[in-house]
Design a protein around this ligand. Structure first.
Ligand code: PSU
Ligand code: MN
Length: 303
């Protein structure tokens, strides 16, 4: 086992017994949602994983240690500190470990640590991708490269249209990452069920997801698989409202010269502010829905 990795007793017991475990990220807690909803949601997501027969392993860096499985206090700390905690993507881990610092893990880093711990499935809200205007800024999330090289299945609700969804799909195609629609042929756009872009394959059951992932492993691929699970219709947002908020958030980011790792957290917070919290409720519901699918797939994968 990696010398920097701490697996919580509960997660360790589950892994040793060959029981299903689902990884969860922590940037969604610190940078993706406001306090206290972020902490409430993180705990509710863990409960949803348990209710669906798997063990949750929320991942973060605490005091330079890579943690798979957090205590309630650690989740509370990340949620309360919010954007005061470093957002840790792949390039940040060496510094955080060497300095004994704390970090909230993005999709990329959560995949890295999950894989180190022997966890092969991970549930979240949305992934990072190719930003709008990336042909000039070259702002492409490290999440996409991680999907190309780390063998973890990521269950999300697609990507927010703060990103260029078409270019994000092109990038994933180039990198050989299968993009699966869960019960849909269309890529979901996080707050809405439709995006106008197709997925590579539609899959309708956790068992079928498990068999595709198994086949990918058996073929000797290095990379992961992206499962996109649409938000339940009753919680989906009005496309016009969310599109207007996203356009406004993008304009403000541009006006304020926001760039680099600040871009995504800035846009996420602005969208919540502009929609008066409606988008936050949708966000919470879709994460819970992804947790359920991931837990069921973890069961199908291991047993
Ligand atoms: N998209 C969301 N919610 C989030 C994120 C993205 O809808 O919380 C977070 C995730 O942790 C994701 C990260 O991995 O932002 C991507 O950041 P960047 O674009 O800087 O790679
Ligand atoms: Mn970026």
């Amino acid at each position: 086992m990696n010398a920097y990795l701490d697996i919580s007793p509960e997660v360790k017991a589950a892994l040793e017994a060959g029981k299903p475990v689902v990884a969860l990220e922590s940037t969604i807690i610190s940078h993706g949602m406001p306090y206290p909803k972020n902490v409430e949601t993180a705990l509710l997501v863990e409960q949803t994983i348990r209710d669906n027969g798997a063990t949750p392993a929320t991942i973060a860096v605490i005091g330079g240690r890579l943690k798979a499985g957090l205590s309630r206090e650690e989740i509370e700390y990340l949620g309360k500190t919010g954007r005061g905690v470093a957002k840790a993507s792949r390039r940040d881990l060496p510094a955080l470990v060497a300095r004994g610092a704390d970090g909230a893990t993005t999709v990329a880093t959560t995949m890295i640590i999950a894989h180190m711990a022997g966890i092969n499935i991970f549930a979240t809200g949305g992934i990072g991708g190719v930003h709008r205007g990336a042909e000039v800024t070259m702002d492409i999330s490290a999440d996409l490269e991680e999907l190309a090289q780390t063998p973890v299945m990521v269950v999300c609700a697609g990507a927010k249209s703060i990103l260029d969804l078409g270019l994000t799909l092109e990038y994933l195609e180039t990198k050989g990452v299968p993009v699966i629609g869960y019960g849909t042929e269309e890529l979901p756009a996080f707050y809405t069920r439709e995006s106008g872009f197709g997925v590579d394959y539609r899959v309708d059951s956790p068992e079928e997801l498990a068999s595709m992932f198994r086949a990918q492993r058996d073929l000797g691929y290095r990379g992961g698989m992206l499962v996109t699970n649409p938000i339940p219709a009753e919680y989906a947002m009005d496309k016009k409202i969310i599109d207007a908020a996203i356009e406004k958030a993008l304009d403000e980011a541009k006006a304020q010269g926001i760039h680099g790792k600040e871009t995504t957290p800035f846009l996420l917070a602005k969208v919540v502010e502009l929609t008066g919290g409606d988008s936050l409720e949708s966000n919470i519901k879709l994460v819970l829905n992804n947790a359920k699918v991931a837990a069921r797939t973890a069961n199908a994968l291991c047993c």
